[in-house]
Structures are given as structure tokens and as C-alpha cells.
Design a protein around this ligand. Structure first.
Ligand code: GLY
Length: 344
């Protein structure tokens, strides 16, 4: 009898593993990159108080923007080569496939709010630079300086250190030794991409929200890479790259070295794999594998969730990133759960 009981338990566990191959399914669900717990709480509260999944993603990312999550989201972080902080953000409605995004946004703190305004008050998808700032002001956002003592200090230390590191290649004078201005070098050599992003600089908040009705939304917010060349835009505001959501399939959001990751549309790929039946962990893994094939040492991770609330994550194993942490809240645990996945 005891043996039969044991067999029953084993069979039950096996069946549960098949049915719930990724994170245990439960709706509603909020999931976001990195241990940005207060952002998870803000998104969850928005859902609990009757807000939509878009409200949840906006509230979660906005919280990170105000908290300057790890210095890599919001004002006062990642100064560019001129010392200015610029922001990228996007939001996507998985029901309508509408997207609103801003890139190289200047002097406005609430980038995700402006991204949502692009989606809801224009027929466009992406606004950039100073024109995005003017749009934001016309929508009632306040323009203000995004520089802080911290970002000023990062910038002046960089200048003192001969502008190292930087993102130039094949230029004169030698960008690995001196500051610019640079001019193109006649002969080009292939340079292995330097590892700029790391766990200390952390990175983008990417967030997914799903409600009880199976409505999905996803979004991102970041201040990009420290010492980037002015005008540089990363993966975060690009639909299919930084995030993607389709209420018929699932959603994904990415974090990491955007210059590399945006070449592979990992969020779009992961969602398409889930549409084809892959569980979220496998979909996330395949999206990372695709990039790894070409850039084995890239820094990056992705979170995925399907329409039933199963979730997963994957990351590329590099020195300094062997495990990736992310946050989950669902009806099983309204207190945010810190989750981790071993990188491969
Ligand atoms: N993933 C953020 C960026 O590269 O800008």
C-alpha cells in the first residue's frame, strides 16, 4: 500500500512537471528582470487596484525610473560622451499589438509614461531625441535636467581617464588610448567587442503583466550604456528586441548588451517559439542560444511568460553573470518572489 502511495506521488510529480514545465502557472502575473522588487510591487498594486496590464507595466517601470534602479534606469545614470543621461523605453499592448516607444529621450524623467503617450495619442510607434522631448512637453510632462552629482562624477572620471572605455573602433587617434574627436581610419580591422555591460551596471527593467482575462502587456525602461556615443539607441525601445507581447502567444522582455541583442530580436523570437508550443524556459533559452552562436561572450538575459502564466528565464553564462535574478508575483504569492536561473 505504501509502495502504491509512493508511486502515486511520483506519478503526480511527473505529471505536474509535464503540465508545469516552467514556473508554476498562476494568473494574474507580474514578472520583471533583475531584483527590482519595488517595481514588481508597484505593478502588482496597479493590477490589484483594478488597473489594466498596461497600467501595471507603466507603474512598475515608472517606479524604477524614480528609484533609479541600480543607476541603469531613469535619470542620473549612464552619462553619454557629453555627460548627458538619455532614456529609452517602450510599452506594448498584447491585445491590439500597439506599441509606443521613445529613444534618446532627453530632459524627461518618466520615459515609460511618454512611451505610453506615444501609443495612446499618436499613430506612431517610436519618437526620438529632442523631438520626443517636445512631444512629451506637449503631453504635459515636465522637462528638467537629468544630470546628478553621481552622473557628473562618472563623466568627469571618464574624461580624466582618457575617455576609457568607449565604443569607437577603426578610428584615428587610437580610441583605446585617447579621447576624440575621431576620424575614420582608412584600413579597418575586426575588433572583438569589448565587454562593457556587466552585473554591476545591471541594466534595463523589462516587465511583463498578464491579468486574469489573459490580457498581456510588456515594457522596458533604461538609460542605456554608460559613455555611449550621443545618439546611440539600444534594444530596449525596439519592439521584438527589448520586449514583445501577443495575448495569443505570450510575452518576453530582454536585458543586456543592446547593441548586440537588437540584431536578433530575441523577444520576438521567444514569443514565436511559445506560439509554436515551446514552454517559456525553452523559448527563453532558444532566444539566448541564437545570439550565442554569433556572440558567445555577450552579456544578456531574457524573461518569458505564456498566456497561462507559466514563466521562465535564461541568460548567457559569462564571467560575472553565472546566475540571473528576476522577480515574480502571481496569485500564488502576492509578495514578490526572487527567482534565479543558472546561465548556460
Ligand atoms: N539593454 C539596454 C541597452 O543596451 O541599452
Amino acid at each position: 500500500m505504501r509502495r502504491q502511495g509512493k508511486m502515486f506521488v511520483s506519478l503526480l510529480i511527473y505529471t505536474l512537471t509535464l503540465v508545469f514545465p516552467a514556473g508554476y502557472a498562476s494568473l494574474p502575473l507580474v514578472i520583471n528582470t533583475w531584483p527590482f522588487k519595488d517595481a514588481t510591487v508597484a505593478a502588482w498594486s496597479a493590477l490589484q487596484s483594478g488597473g489594466s496590464v498596461l497600467d501595471a507595466v507603466e507603474a512598475g517601470c515608472a517606479r524604477c525610473e524614480m528609484d533609479q534602479c541600480d543607476g541603469s534606469v531613469g535619470y542620473g545614470g549612464s552619462p553619454d560622451e557629453r555627460g548627458e543621461t538619455t532614456l529609452d523605453a517602450m510599452i506594448m499592448n498584447g491585445d491590439t499589438m500597439e506599441v509606443g516607444a521613445v529613444a534618446d529621450l532627453r530632459r524627461i524623467k518618466n520615459a515609460i509614461g511618454v512611451a505610453r503617450a506615444v501609443m495612446e495619442h499618436t499613430d506612431h510607434t517610436l519618437l526620438v531625441g529632442q523631438s520626443a522631448t517636445m512631444f512629451a512637453e506637449s503631453m504635459g510632462f515636465i522637462a528638467e535636467d537629468l544630470t546628478t552629482n553621481k552622473s557628473l562624477n562618472i563623466f568627469s572620471e571618464w574624461l580624466k581617464g582618457n575617455c576609457q572605455p568607449n565604443y569607437w573602433k577603426n578610428v584615428n587617434p587610437d580610441s583605446s588610448k585617447t579621447c576624440g574627436p575621431y576620424r575614420p581610419k582608412a584600413t579597418q580591422t575586426w575588433n572583438k567587442r569589448a565587454q562593457h555591460a556587466n552585473t554591476h551596471s545591471h541594466d534595463t527593467i523589462g516587465m511583463i503583466a498578464i491579468d486574469n482575462g489573459g490580457h498581456l502587456a510588456a515594457g522596458t525602461s533604461t538609460n542605456g550604456l554608460t559613455h555611449k556615443i550621443p545618439g546611440r539607441v539600444g534594444d530596449s525601445p525596439i519592439a521584438g528586441s527589448g520586449a514583445y507581447a501577443d495575448s495569443l502567444a505570450g510575452a518576453a522582455a530582454a536585458t543586456g548588451d543592446g547593441d548586440v541583442m537588437m540584431r536578433f530580436l530575441p523577444s520576438y523570437l521567444a514569443v514565436e517559439l511559445m506560439r509554436a508550443g515551446a514552454d517559456p524556459s525553452a523559448a527563453c533559452k532558444s532566444a539566448i542560444s541564437r545570439i550565442k552562436r554569433h556572440y558567445s561572450e555577450f552579456f544578456g538575459a531574457i524573461i518569458c511568460a505564456n498566456t497561462t502564466g507559466h514563466y521562465g528565464a535564461a541568460c548567457n553564462k559569462v564571467p560575472g553573470l553565472t546566475q540571473f535574478h528576476y522577480m515574480v508575483t502571481n496569485s500564488e504569492s502576492s509578495t514578490p518572489m526572487l527567482k534565479s536561473v543558472d546561465c548556460f
